[in-house]
Design a protein around this ligand. Structure first.
Ligand SMILES: [Zn+2]
Length: 170
């Protein structure tokens, strides 16, 4: 229990805190990048919907949302839900959450919103990244989804490597 023991204890605590911070940061970067991916997918679906609508117009047909656009709309719902979950997780990393009444960022453990007074639900942090909710009936081939590795460089430059082997393989 001498001076050097204390020193090495302090050093390992500092290391632990730094590691925790780094992994939070990495997680945040990964969430940000996944949110952006989902946004891009959503934009693409909007474009598909627009094209379908215009083609209907060209053929002088009416569009029936249920019949014609249900697939696109279901995908949009799924991607939007994923974004919401990822935003929740990102805020939780900073011990924050969104008030369900006024959408202000409030402390994660607040029972009431300090701004509008809305009672908050018990928060549930799930990790949507681990199991991307497959959007309805996606005809995409059984993708061997590579684990995405994000390398955080100086000044927040992010590099994404998609070359890791599938999780299922050992
Ligand atoms: Zn509020």
């Amino acid at each position: 229990m001498g001076f050097f023991d204390d020193l090495s204890k302090k050093a390992s605590e500092t290391y632990k805190n730094t590691t925790e911070k780094t992994s939070k940061l990495t997680r945040e970067m990964k969430l940000k990048s996944s949110i952006n991916e989902n946004k891009a997918k959503i934009e693409k679906i909007y474009a598909e919907i627009g094209k379908k609508v215009y083609e209907k117009h060209l053929r002088e047909e009416n569009i029936d949302i249920k019949a014609d656009l249900i697939e696109e709309c279901s995908k949009l719902d799924a991607y939007a839900k994923e974004i919401e979950d990822m935003r929740t997780e990102m805020l939780a990393l900073k011990d924050l959450r969104i008030c369900k009444g006024c959408a202000t960022e409030i402390p994660v453990n607040a029972k009431f919103c300090p701004k509008c007074g809305t009672v908050q639900d018990e928060i549930q942090i799930n990790t949507p990244m681990q199991q991307p909710a497959a959007p309805v009936q996606q005809p995409v081939a059984p993708v061997q989804e590579p684990a995405t590795e994000i390398i955080v460089k100086d000044e927040g430059v992010v590099e994404i490597n998609n070359n890791q082997p599938d999780n299922n393989q050992q």
